[in-house]
Design a protein around this ligand. Structure first.
Ligand code: TRP
Ligand code: ZN
Length: 870
């Protein structure tokens, strides 16, 4: 066994300003068939703000898998005593207050499967430098606070790479000898190297224009694989909408004359906000109604907006160090969420956001990787692009918005931009801007940045006198790794009151004016609020719109929950009451769900389906059971077999007892819109669950006649879930039709891994050998393994352990191919402590097997090690 040195932990408290700054960066890339030569000329200056300004230490540069060919300081060649190549970089011993360093390095992008640094995808060159990928391109101070002005020259074969792109504006271009050509770029905005980008290839391009609010014309270019232009319009329209929205909502205008987006097939994440040259996973660009589902369209709109919004929250103002990641990600997710709420249905968007928090973030917060939105330490930064930093980070910004109101929030944002434009700053700087602009003291609010874990608030309501109630709230937060005791959080709780018959009631909270809603702000571990109204009995509607990322505990009766589910005027809470009703029944100790409870839920669901005032998308959401993932996120002790049984039992009961209702919803829900399609397809899946033999033909007929991908893939999904003997024919037919569309094939793979029968694991092992599967393509790995282990919990938790073994096999294989994706998959084991001892033992066995792998990457090591320490 090759034992690698134990990876080092980086701590936030150890932050030191860089010894040196880089004022200018001049890069020359020469692209060849087997390698790339990188010439880097960087203007170094000592940092006046360094720790010991009287001292000049050697210059330490980061570098990873680079071959150094030449090195010069101020034009003269260094001899081997003047510099030293170390494990992860280069030390230049000869130094000065100010000098120019020039290096020539050789790299091998054609062999780079990590998809970090410079690599190839479908024969095109592209880059991914966040978080620490630039060090795989050239020797550099690879930290976000080093902001430098970049000039880039790219030379490559003109036939193979007619387009040579980088950040900023094009300066010049021209032909060279031997069929080569060059393009030179200049980005006038100093930027950290993680925002550097280079693309070279032969693309189709969709062009458009945007006139900014000050009247400047911006050229918009969308580059895609040849032949895909008919899948670009929606992404371009989304970009234009985003640009308009940021001007209207935040007064922020785009700052360059050119905005480029390039779509590539091989990408570790969704997309990357490189200045002026975004690089996207094709999944978040390519879409037309034939190839993309309604939710794919939403994803495209959201991610296009997210990357565009980064131009102000991320690029113009960036992070001082990577511990501050939520400064840009939490804020930018918040912004893309508000954008989506304005473009789509607000309630539906909010429900989707909360589903992510409950199914993924609560789980992360209760597992070995629990961390504050501003982490205190990390081994591998890639492991901290998490739902906590992104989505809980967005919830924390959302609480600021709730506390300050629209106007106050905008004032804070304006001050933040005014103070920090062009700087690399911290979360603290952001909070300070909000405080100063609004004259508030948020000492307590800061705990959201420093403490991990999901707070719980226990609420009781008692009658004090006729028409007067006391709402008592008590908060607590469980221990998380490294944080045993927690200080109280500042928690905004939005509440309403309903009469026992479900009518909204006006009330006064703590003597304030009469209103139908109040914002109660907790600042202590225990607090009481007085509510005055004209009723003898009320049902509280608590934590409306999920006004804080917490678990709220209130002892509702099933009848009260059913009442809220039927009539809460707050759409979010109406949905939430249904989820709470179902969650409690699914998670209680009963081995099976009793008849009475089943009936309460079925009646409530039936009422929802018959409610003429409710739109189809909200109906679709309301009749879906809480996912197994969200149930696991809610509880620390899971009886998996019992939970899966009860989940099946409830679905089956709803399917059968409401069969005629589903049938009529399937046949009479009209409309060529996403809400209607969603509801019809949920009805279809319930119908097949009610009686597969009888309704199978409905699915087949839908597959035959669908004129959009939402209906086509929904039909395939229920077919693939079924036990029907001939289903393989339909699966093959879909394959033949779509074998040429990579993104559609991802859906085809996923549909098959969700089958809950015992033979699915064997089938997945066959899919891994399918000619269209590639372990080097993250979308394929996510479509097959990610969807299986994250979405088919019945078989992932198969009591034989075969599901765990399958995931571990892939992690071990990917460890050397793409550590970032391997690390991400490893987190799918993180909930192991919640299961029965047998499953715990089976998962631990796989974790130990992974841990003993030769040359384990930092990415995987960090996750397994923390998981095993639980
Ligand atoms: N900054 C990107 C975003 O949120 C995230 C990202 C894209 C990323 N690719 C990455 C993060 C690779 C780490 C590694 O928009
Ligand atoms: Zn982002």
């Amino acid at each position: 066994m090759v034992s690698s040195p134990k990876p080092t932990v980086k701590f936030r408290k150890d932050y030191q300003p860089s010894q040196y700054l880089i004022k200018h960066t001049d890069l020359i890339f020469q692209l060849f068939d087997s390698h790339v030569l990188v010439t880097a000329e960087i203007d170094i200056e000592s940092n006046p703000n360094r720790k010991n300004p009287q001292e000049l230490t050697p210059l330490v540069l980061d570098g990873d898998e680079l071959e150094l060919l030449e090195i010069y300081v101020n034009g003269s060649n260094l001899d081997s005593t003047q510099y030293e190549i170390v494990d992860n970089g280069l030390i230049v011993k000869q130094t000065a207050e100010k000098f120019t360093l020039k290096t020539l390095t050789k790299i091998y992008p054609q062999q780079n499967t990590s998809l970090e640094g410079l690599y190839q995808s479908n024969g095109k060159f592209c880059t991914q430098c966040e978080a620490e990928g630039f060090r795989k391109i050239t020797y550099y101070i690879d930290r976000p606070e080093i902001m430098s002005e970049f000039k880039v020259r790219i030379e490559g074969n003109k036939n193979q790479y007619p387009q040579l792109l980088s950040n900023g504006n094009m300066l010049s271009s021209g032909d060279l000898d031997n069929g080569m050509h060059y393009v030179e770029w200049h980005d006038p905005f100093p930027k950290p190297c993680y925002l550097f980008a280079l693309v070279a290839g032969d693309f189709d391009c969709l062009e458009d224009n945007f006139t900014t609010m000050s009247g400047r014309n911006v050229k918009l270019e969308l580059f895609v694989d040849k032949g895909k232009l008919d899948q670009c319009r929606f992404a371009m329209d989304s970009l234009i909408k985003s640009m308009e929205w940021d001007e209207q909502k935040f007064g922020r205008e785009y700052d360059l004359d050119l905005y480029m987006i390039v779509a590539v097939s091989d990408f570790n994440m969704g997309a990357m906000e490189n200045k002026g040259l975004n690089i996207f996973n094709t999944r978040y660009v390519l879409a037309n109604t034939q190839t993309a589902t309604d939710s794919d369209f939403e994803g495209v709109e959201r991610v296009i907006a997210h990357e565009y919004f980064h131009n102000w929250t991320g690029n113009r103002i960036t992070c001082r160090d990577w511990f501050q990641l939520s400064l840009k990600e939490g804020l930018t997710v918040f912004r893309d969420q508000k954008f989506s709420e304005d473009m789509q249905s607000k309630a539906v968007q909010r429900i989707d956001q909360v589903k992510i928090i409950r199914a993924a973030q609560f789980a992360e917060d209760s597992g070995p990787m629990a961390h504050p939105i501003r982490p205190d330490s990390y081994i591998e930064m890639n492991n901290f692009y998490t739902v906590t930093v992104y989505n809980k980070g967005a919830e924390v910004i959302g609480m600021m918005h709730t506390l300050l109101g629209e106007e106050g929030f905008r004032k804070g944002m304006d001050l933040y931009f005014e103070r920090h434009d062009g700087q690399a700053v911290t979360c603290e700087d952001f909070i300070k801007s909000m405080e100063d602009a609004n004259n508030v003291d948020w000492t307590l609010f800061r705990h959201w940045y420093s403490q991990a874990g999901t707070p719980s608030v226990k609420v009781t309501l008692s009658k004090v006198a006729s028409g007067q109630f006391k709402l008592h709230c008590q908060q607590s937060c469980p221990a998380t790794p490294g944080q045993d005791v927690k200080k109280p959080f500042m928690i905004p709780i939005k509440v309403g009151l309903l009469s026992t018959r479900g009518k909204p009631i006006q009330f006064k909270a703590n003597g304030a004016t009469l209103a139908s809603e109040a914002l109660l702000v907790m600042t202590e571990s225990e607090q009481t609020f007085i509510l005055d109204c004209d009723e003898e009995e009320v049902i509280p509607s608590l934590l409306r719109d999920f006004s804080a990322p917490i678990k709220l505990e209130y002892k509702y009766t099933q009848a009260q929950l059913a009442q809220l589910f039927a009539s809460d005027p707050n759409s979010f809470n109406r949905w939430d009451a249904g989820q709470t009703l179902m969650s409690e029944i699914l998670l209680n100790d009963n081995e099976i769900i009793d008849e009475a409870a089943l009936k309460i839920i079925a009646d409530a669901v039936s009422a929802i389906l018959h409610d003429e005032n409710l739109d189809n998308a909200l109906k679709a959401l309301a009749v879906q059971l809480p996912s197994l993932n969200s149930l696991i996120g809610l509880s620390n002790n899971i009886n998996m077999d019992q939970l899966i049984n009860k989940h099946q039992q409830l679905k089956k009961y709803l399917a059968q007892s409401l069969e005629h209702v589903w049938f009529s919803a399937y046949n009479t829900t009209a409309g060529d819109n996403s809400g209607a399609r969603w509801l019809r397809n949920i009805a279809l899946s319930y119908l097949l669950r009610a009686n597969e033999d009888q309704h199978f033909e409905l699915a087949v007929s839908q597959q035959n006649h669908a004129n959009n991908m939402t209906d086509e893939i929904s039909a395939l999904q229920v077919i693939a879930l079924s036990s029907e003997k001939f289903k393989a024919d339909y699966i093959n037919r879909f394959y033949k039709k779509w074998a040429h569309e990579d993104l559609v094939l991802d859906k085809w793979f996923t549909a098959q891994v969700l089958n809950e029968n015992d033979d699915v694991i064997e089938h997945i092992r066959e899919l891994l050998n399918h000619e269209k599967f590639s372990i080097e393509n993250p979308n394929k790995v996510r479509a097959v393994i990610g969807s299986f282990a994250g979405g088919n919990l019945t078989q992932f938790h198969n009591p034989t352990g075969a599901g765990y073994e399958l995931l571990a096999d892939i992690i071990i294989k990917l460890n050397s191919i793409n550590p970032q994706i391997a690390g991400r998959l490893t987190t799918l084991f993180n909930q192991w402590k919640k299961f029965d001892v047998k499953r715990q033992a089976l998962i631990k066995e796989q974790l130990f097997r992974i841990k003993s792998t030769d040359n384990l990457s930092n990415d995987v090591y960090e996750i397994v090690d923390k998981s095993l320490q639980m």
